[in-house]
Design a protein around this ligand. Structure first.
Ligand SMILES: [Zn+2]
Length: 360
């Protein structure tokens, strides 16, 4: 593997890579925790890491090969006190996904995300980042009618503690970043145009972020996107202007903002310029996972240059708009395409850095 040139504009993936088809088929025939699947998971993680390293990406992930059923419910999948008929997420092509519903207390995670990090770090010397789910989306698990003997307040206390533990374990084990997936930010405005739901999400997530020191928060990021499943979104029709001013109120050091798939990137960049805080790094999306065409490095370069007109270089980074397969069973993007796009991100970011004169 050729050593890539140093990239002074940091570039990071979001997280997920499509799982191999044989793994998806085997899990569909048994269950995600079947011990006999261990060698298949292991092979998928090793192959993902090898291919990630080959793209030249300075920061990698395990491709979320073991996150089941998806980016949001990995920690609670299989809990006996849940039912499958929770909050429904409606996508633009008409398909839906459902969260789990809590049927009784107390609320505890079944597993924390550092279990994925343990395995990934065995197979690479590169920095590994780890995505975790936001408390705000999991708060939707508590039903509208309260649970007898387990109040919403007790649930929120348990939820915040479990989420804090999830991030803290990842940071303690050396995750390059702990990235909080907050895909429901724009969705909250769609569900409740008054803005109350978004405000409650921001408040809840800030209660969690406040538990970390300023140093720790420099290693914590927040990802926002309009959803990504089968090339469809759940909230792309909500203007970013409704979300971004609130988003930058979150007490995190890094923001991973889907941008490449936006119809008017300059409009979004102007809002970012106005509302970002001086101690926040903004990783702008320069790759659209929902676009089946692989971007060229030159296109990526131009997107970075465009962003640099609105965001100071010392606060700028690049990313993909989203993971390439946030849901386990989704193979609408091939692994080949995902890695080709990541390589374009890395090369394009390096081209832009050179032109901006920040190459070391
Ligand atoms: Zn996303």
């Amino acid at each position: 593997m050729a050593t890539p040139d140093p990239i002074p504009i940091p570039t990071e993936p979001i997280g997920s890579i499509p799982r191999p088809r044989d793994l998806i088929e085997r899990v569909a025939r048994s269950n995600s925790e079947d011990p006999e699947l261990a060698p298949l998971y292991d092979a998928a993680i090793r192959n993902t890491i090898e291919r990630f390293e080959a793209t030249g990406s300075p920061v990698i992930t395990d491709g979320e090969q073991r996150k089941y059923d998806n980016f949001a419910t990995y920690g609670v999948h299989g809990l006996p006190n849940t039912a499958p008929d929770g909050f429904t997420i409606a996508f633009s092509d008409g398909h839906t996904r459902r969260l789990l519903r809590l049927t009784g207390g107390p609320f505890r995670y079944a597993r924390y995300a550092d279990c994925y990090l343990d395995v990934a770090m065995r197979y690479t010397h590169l920095p590994v980042k780890q995505a975790v789910i936001s408390p705000s989306v999991l708060s939707l698990m508590y039903p509208a009618e309260s649970i007898a003997g387990y109040s919403r307040e007790q649930f929120i206390d348990d939820l915040l503690r479990e989420h804090e533990t999830d991030i803290r374990r990842c940071l303690n084990k050396g995750a390059h970043k702990g990235q909080v997936d907050f895909t429901e930010g724009r969705l909250a405005v769609k569900v409740d145009p008054s803005g109350h739901l978004l405000n409650s999400f921001i408040d809840l997530n800030n209660l969690a972020l406040s538990r970390f020191s300023p140093d720790e928060r420099r290693r914590i990021g927040v990802h926002t996107c309009p959803g990504n499943d089968f090339q469809a979104t759940h909230s792309a029709d909500v203007d970013y202007a409704e979300l971004l001013p609130s988003l930058f109120e979150l007490k995190a050091g890094n923001f991973y903002v889907a941008l490449a798939g936006e119809p008017d990137r300059r409009h979004v960049l102007k809002i970012i310029r106005k509302h970002r805080k001086p101690d926040q790094r903004i990783f702008v999306g320069v790759i659209a996972p929902s676009d089946p065409r692989v971007e060229t490095p030159e296109e990526v370069r131009d997107r970075v240059l465009e962003a640099s007109e609105h965001i100071p270089i010392e606060q700028l980074g690049t990313t993909d708009d989203c993971g390439f397969s946030p849901f386990f069973d989704n193979t609408s993007t091939s692994r080949d395409t995902a890695f080709a796009k990541i390589q374009a991100r890395v090369r394009g970011t390096a081209l832009a850095a050179k032109l901006l004169g920040v190459q070391t």
